[in-house]
Ligand binder design. Structure first.
Ligand code: OGA
Ligand code: NI
Length: 336
């Protein structure tokens, strides 16, 4: 298992092993992206609440992605959370694996290389990921790493704050969409998960990806990205747009489940991560998930005779299984 982590061998290779070489059509090509386009930046601290809602709604319809500033999560806490994931991934492989081995069932805290998303993937991705559930109740915390020593304290505090922010953003989306403000409270958002990604430097970035082109299987995702190292790109109108690191900003994206709930009005935009040859990149993704038994379907309030449901209804458990089994073919399975 230790040898499987990309970080445990990537620094001794001067070329990319064949299993990591992407097929031609998936390769990032030249990584320096000349595009001057960028995703919307929204100030959540503004005084014109109605205007902020319109901005969020528009960004979610057009891009499925935006960055937020003045979001209420302190810079210190963001730095602490970022650093703790960086420190975690800098530990020896043996230690990382043992820190993720407290759950006898092996599901409530994991470290894995590449991607666990697509069992059908023929090619590997240039990253390692630490992941575990992080509900505000504190359930599952006994399975979280205890090293670095402040891991549970820092990640506990950070995920409490993100739970709050996530609900504020969802409430504003409800206001914009005309759903009742509590629509996402409870079952639809009670199962958040955190993912600490680590993308080691890669000797041949033009041949590899850190993360495949994908939509997130979430309601929304809130991402804390590296301030120094680029990597995240979103696909808009057939063009890859980089998500520029902005000081103190968090990146928000609409997930596929919210696309389903809004019957396609909000887009779960496709995105990917490219690698680079110089620097490690770290990112921390907060996934808002429903409970496994919750039915996922277009909201009754958002469909009618003129706008019939375009997605089938299924439980989140079923959705997630299909998402992992089908990979990029998931869209066809969802349509009604
Ligand atoms: C993800 C994701 C982007 C990044 O975790 O789904 O898209 O920059 N992460 O790590
Ligand atoms: Ni993603």
């Amino acid at each position: 298992m230790e040898q499987r982590l990309v970080s445990s061998w990537s620094n001794v290779h001067s070329s990319v092993p064949p299993s990591f070489v992407q097929p031609l059509e998936c390769r990032p090509g030249k990584v320096t992206n000349p595009s001057s386009k960028t995703i919307p930046l929204i100030d959540l601290g503004g005084h014109d609440h109605a205007h902020t809602i319109l901005q969020i709604l528009k960004a979610s319809e057009e891009y499925g992605f935006f960055q937020v500033i003045n979001h209420g999560v302190s810079k210190d806490l963001m730095d602490e959370a970022f650093n703790i994931f960086q420190e975690f991934h800098a530990m020896p492989p043996k230690e990382k694996i043992s820190e993720c081995s407290r759950d006898p069932n092996g599901i409530n805290c994991k470290i894995y290389a590449s991607s666990e998303n697509y069992k059908i993937d023929a090619v590997q991705y240039w990253k390692d990921t630490l992941t575990h559930p992080c509900p505000p109740s504190g359930e599952f915390m006994e399975f979280w790493p205890q090293k670095p020593p402040k891991y549970r304290e820092v990640v506990g505090k950070y995920t409490q704050e993100l739970n709050k922010l996530g609900h504020e953003i969802l409430e504003m989306l409800c206001e914009g969409l005309g759903l009742k403000l509590e629509y996402f409270i409870g079952e639809l958002s009670e199962n958040p998960v955190i993912l600490g990604h680590h993308f080691p430097p890669c000797p041949e970035p033009s041949l590899t990806l850190g993360l495949a082109k994908h939509r997130d299987p979430t309601i929304i995702t809130i991402l804390l990205q590296d301030q120094e190292v680029h990597g995240l790109q979103i696909l808009k109108d057939d063009e890859w747009i980089p998500v520029e690191p902005i000081p103190n900003a968090l990146v928000v994206n609409i997930g596929l489940i919210l696309q389903i709930i809004t019957n396609g009005r909000l887009v779960g935009a496709e995105h990917r991560v490219v690698t680079n040859s110089k620097s490690v990149r770290t990112s921390v993704a907060y996934f808002i998930y429903p409970s496994f038994s919750r039915m996922i379907e277009p909201a009754k309030e958002l469909v009618d005779g003129n706008n019939p449901p375009i997605y089938k209804s299924m439980s989140f458990g079923e959705f997630r299984k299909k998402f992992y089994d089908k990979g990029p073919k998931i869209e066809q399975v969802l349509q009604s």
